[in-house]
Design a protein around this ligand. Structure first.
Ligand code: ADP
Length: 471
């Protein structure tokens, strides 16, 4: 009993958990941008409200200053004092100061005193009349905004109003914004995380599928494109298609390998049998010569098979180099028909040829000859005695058509899609010589010329193969 050493295979890698880094980053970006937008929005509203309320305050104070200045101009400080006590309101602080900023008169807005040194700030700060408001802290009453003006005799009139109300309003605005922003940001964070997770789910499925394929070596896994849209759906669908293609290619390759192994075993076993027979009769030179002749024949068969397989692979991988020249296809068909006429005659078949004029095209003459020869060979091979094989070469607007029609055994409908596969042979054809590579090569040569070969066949009535190549 013999045993073969175990083959070194890479250990299957275990699937790792798909990373969520991109989801987390996307969520963080989304959340960051959303927060920034919210801050900009609230900041803008805050700025607008603040600016507008300042403006309103300034307008009000300036109009008051003008009103009292007019009163002073007409009737002096006594009238201001009277006016201020008559119109005394809780809102305004009215002060008249001499040129050295000593208080001549002051009317306070609140009954509750601001504190002993409340007006000290106003007295110590010499504020020149200006268009702008200025702000002074008046003891426990807090910040006041003032407008002022110079009076006729050099003294100044100052009218102030508490800024507290405005500040409280802005404070409330900030608190309301915060109260709205916190739940909105939490919703945005959760929504962002869910969206990123959902958006990237197809990618995670894809990664899991690839890892699964790498781990198990099975190519039949697919990703479901359900609940996926747009670019990711395209990616998933394309990936599935790619897997299908690779899967069918691998299955095809395995099939071809199995068939090649099977088809090589027969001639090689025969080779060994013949050689063993010759070795058992070393004294008989006739046996040895016959054995050698058989060996050459079997080797030839193996070489033809391998060459044809390589030709087909070359076309499939795009590596086949065509020696393109002008070829008269009618003439090519005539030569081949003449060549097969003798074989056809031996088998009791009639062979005929009809051709159109001007059936020239640019092609690889040898390859084209190989293709048409294979079609003719099959037609002659699979047509019983008394049958006909008709070859026709035609030209249409864009193509040259070579049709090989026979009245032979035909091809069962089930076999029709398979006859182009490498090493496929129909059941009824096994009695004939052949490798099951002829039609694969014909199709490969047609495709290398950017053409195709098609078949129509009725079992027991015959087949019609049409090779089309661009004119
Ligand atoms: P081979 O002829 O060596 O078996 P081919 O690739 O040329 O291989 O053909 C594949 C199969 O297609 C054949 O085994 C046969 O069953 C079928 N076939 C091809 N040509 C014909 C034909 N003209 N008539 C009937 N069957 C055919």
């Amino acid at each position: 009993m013999s045993s073969s050493p175990p083959m070194d295979r890479p250990a299957p890698s275990r699937p790792t958990r798909p990373s969520r880094l991109v989801s987390v980053r996307l969520t963080a970006w989304y959340f960051g941008l959303f927060s920034l937008s919210l801050i900009v929005l609230f900041g803008f509203v805050y700025w607008s409200v603040d600016t507008q309320s300042r403006k309103d305050n300034a307008e009000l104070l300036h109009s008051k200053v003008k009103e009292f200045a007019d009163t002073y101009k007409d009737q002096g400080i006594v009238e201001i004092r009277r006016d201020a006590s008559q119109k005394r309101s809780d809102e305004f602080l009215i002060r008249v100061a001499d040129a050295q900023n000593h208080t001549l008169f002051v009317s306070l807005p609140y009954a509750d005193p601001a504190g002993p040194d409340a007006l000290h700030a106003l007295e110590t700060r010499l504020i020149l009349p200006s268009e702008k408001l200025f702000s002074v802290n008046i003891g426990k009453w807090g910040a006041f905004e003032f407008a002022n003006t110079r009076l006729k005799n050099g003294s100044q009139l100052q009218i102030g109003r508490s800024a507290q109300k405005r500040r409280v309003m802005l404070q409330r605005f900030v608190e309301s914004c915060a109260a709205v922003a916190i739940p909105v940001l939490l919703i945005a964070l959760a929504g962002g995380a869910i969206m990123a997770d959902r958006a990237l789910r197809p990618l995670r499925n894809l990664t899991a599928t690839v890892q699964n394929i790498v781990a198990t070596g099975k190519l039949d896994a697919r990703i479901s494109p359900d609940n996926t849209a747009g670019e990711l759906r395209d990616l998933v669908v394309s990936f599935d298609r790619m897997l299908e293609k690779i899967d069918s290619l691998v299955i095809g390759m395995r099939g071809v390998l199995d068939n090649v192994a099977h088809d090589l075993r027969t001639p090689i076993t025969r080779l060994r049998g013949v050689a063993e027979l010759a070795l058992r009769n070393p004294a008989d030179p006739c046996v040895a010569r016959e054995a050698l002749a058989d060996c050459v024949e079997e080797s030839e068969r193996v070489i033809t098979m391998l060459n044809t397989l390589m030709d087909i692979s070359e076309v499939e991988t795009g590596a086949m180099k065509l020696n393109l020249r002008r070829v008269d296809v009618s003439e090519l068909a005539r030569q081949l028909t003449d060549f097969y006429a003798e074989v056809a005659d031996d088998r009791g078949l009639k062979i005929s040829l009809t051709t159109d004029k001007n059936c020239d095209t640019i092609a690889d003459g040898n390859r084209l000859r190989q293709a048409v020869a294979n079609l003719l060979d099959n037609a002659v091979k699979y047509t019983p005695e008394g049958g006909n094989v008709d070859v026709a070469v035609k030209r249409n607007a864009s193509q040259i058509l070579v049709t090989v029609r026979d009245t032979g055994i035909g091809i069962p409908a089930d076999d029709l899609p398979r006859i182009w596969e490498r090493l496929f042979r129909g059941d009824k054809s096994r009695s004939q010589r052949g490798l099951g590579l002829g039609l694969s090569l014909v199709q490969a040569i047609a495709q290398a010329h950017k053409g195709e070969c098609r078949v129509q066949s009725t079992p027991a009535h015959g087949s019609e193969f049409t090779l089309r190549i661009p004119a």
